[in-house]
Design a protein around this ligand. Structure first.
Ligand SMILES: *[C@@H]1O[C@H](CO)[C@@H](O)[C@H](O)[C@H]1NC(C)=O
Ligand SMILES: *[C@@H]1O[C@H](CO)[C@@H](O)[C@H](O)[C@H]1NC(C)=O
Ligand SMILES: *[C@@H]1O[C@H](CO)[C@@H](O)[C@H](O)[C@H]1NC(C)=O
Ligand SMILES: *[C@@H]1O[C@H](CO)[C@@H](O)[C@H](O)[C@H]1NC(C)=O
Ligand SMILES: *[C@@H]1O[C@H](CO)[C@@H](O)[C@H](O)[C@H]1NC(C)=O
Ligand SMILES: *[C@@H]1O[C@H](CO)[C@@H](O)[C@H](O)[C@H]1NC(C)=O
Length: 411
């Protein structure tokens, strides 16, 4: 019986996801009406967690008021650490006030956005919710000593099974989330790319003076769009044909000097400058949503983002299924119209049929295949974050499995 209810609830969640549109809610706007959460709201924006929240369905935000935020800020954490702490306060499941008081057996674990980023070691990205005596609902990190440092205060705004914003009394303490995060300068971006399907691009980059440009931008903000190996290997003959300066420009064209998470790209469509952009040589491309897909368009090519290898502000690395060809270097190809983008319906289908290659472009799952669960590559959970059941395969499925295991009733 319990299992049946869980299955029905999962089916309902799938239907709800399919019915909904991507930017259905706006967390910034929700908090704008509640000045007691202005600091929390401010940091959701600064850490770029706001678009992550807006892009997800079935989410719960555990808000803490300005006084509780001051406690966090008094320790002068870096913005990256603040992001981890706040991520632990975003549950990848829906807990309205009513459901909090109806948890099966009075206790539940929920996966959080901290878990979904892959930065959370072990089970530190889970939150324990326990309905205590006297109707008090306690919140604690999963690994707790039986005491609950925070409890439910009030419901701020609820859109059933869509977004719930509730106030809790104190920030959830977590040594893992509060730990100083490694500086971006310590990130080995070519190592990360090599290990996750972009080895050909990473090796080429390492051997080029373009690599220095990437390194210079690491601290201030950098987004890399790395072509997957099949695409880059197929492109190598053309690459070798470029002049020395052309090779550097082509490589720099795959980097953007600002941090752009997948959710940010989704909500900021438009022209984007690259590391190769230099005065008259524009070397830009256009970011455009195609259904739930994010595409990068040049005059000669339309590439799709197939996954995210790392998303740790200020650095994000996304994989793409084609090499980006700037019109400055590929004039002839730019003159023939770019291949028509896949129709909207195809973008929603799990495996869009690829006309060109027999070996279809890797699906998000394939792009992730080499990475074990808990790896930063799991960030691709965001891939179809708003698109449906598939998109929450990593973070969400953990949540659903935990939900199913605990057998709590969504109905
Ligand atoms: C979620 O909320 C948004 C706006 O508040 C609404 O447009 C959308 O239909 C809701 N989705 C569901 C599944 O209720
Ligand atoms: C959300 O609301 C804020 C404040 O009302 C507004 O500035 C922002 O542009 C909105 N964001 C989106 C994605 O609509
Ligand atoms: C939540 O924590 C309490 C107190 O440590 C514990 O008794 C309970 O089993 C935990 N719940 C889950 C689902 O792990
Ligand atoms: C980066 O990673 C690659 C591959 O794992 C490794 O060969 C290289 O030595 C690393 N570079 C640094 C600076 O650690
Ligand atoms: C290399 O450049 C030459 C001269 O522009 C051109 O004829 C040839 O097709 C190019 N080869 C490739 C693989 O693009
Ligand atoms: C809930 O409690 C019932 C009865 O004590 C037990 O049989 C069941 O296994 C519990 N469920 C979970 C998920 O702990």
């Amino acid at each position: 019986m319990q299992n049946l209810r869980v299955v029905l609830a999962m089916a309902a969640a799938v239907l709800l996801s399919l019915a909904a549109v991507s930017d259905a809610h706006n967390i910034t706007k929700i908090f704008a009406k509640h000045p007691e959460f202005s600091t929390f709201n401010h940091y959701l924006t600064l850490t770029h967690l706001a678009p992550e929240i807006n892009n997800r369905l079935t989410i719960t935000v555990l808000a803490i008021d300005n006084a509780a935020m001051s406690d966090i800020l008094s320790k002068h954490p870096s913005i990256y650490t603040i992001k981890n702490i706040l991520s632990l306060h975003i549950l990848l499941d829906y807990f309205g006030a009513k459901k909090l008081h109806q948890i099966t057996n009075g206790t539940a674990l929920s996966a959080t956005m901290f878990q979904a980023t892959g930065s959370a070691p072990g089970s530190t990205g889970f939150v324990n919710i326990t309905d205590q005596r006297g109707g008090k609902v306690g919140f604690a990190p999963e690994d707790n000593d039986g005491t609950f440092p925070s409890h439910f205060v009030k419901s701020v705004q609820e859109i059933p099974y869509n977004i719930s914003v509730i106030q809790i009394s104190h920030a959830l303490p977590s040594a893992a989330a509060e730990a100083p995060t490694p500086g971006p300068a310590e990130l080995n971006i070519t190592g990360i790319m090599s290990a996750h399907g972009c080895k050909a691009f990473a090796d080429t980059l390492l051997a080029s003076e373009a690599f220095a440009t990437y390194e210079e931008n690491l601290a201030g903000g950098l987004t890399v769009f790395c072509p997957l190996d099949d695409a880059f290997k197929a492109f190598l003959p053309k690459f070798k044909n470029l002049t020395k300066a052309g090779k550097v420009s082509l490589l720099e064209y795959h980097g953007v000097p600002v941090y752009q998470s997948k959710a940010m790209l989704k909500s900021n469509n438009g022209v984007m400058n690259t590391l190769a952009t230099d005065g008259a040589n524009k070397y830009d491309f256009t970011v455009q949503n195609d259904g739930e897909q994010v595409t990068l368009r040049t005059k000669a090519e339309t590439a799709r983002i197939t996954g995210t290898l790392i998303d740790e502000q200020p650095v994000a690395i996304h994989t793409i299924d084609k090499v980006l060809k700037p019109r400055e270097l590929f004039k002839a190809e730019a003159e023939t119209p770019a291949p028509a983008p896949a129709p909207e319906e195809a973008a929603d289908a799990p495996k869009p049929a690829k006309k060109k290659s027999k070996k279809a472009a890797p699906s998000p799952d394939e792009a992730d295949a080499p990475s074990p669960d808990g790896d930063p590559a799991d960030q691709t959970a965001d891939e179809n974050g708003a698109g449906g059941f598939d998109g929450r395969r990593f973070g969400g499925l953990v949540g659903l499995v935990v939900s199913a295991w605990l057998g709590f009733s969504l109905l």
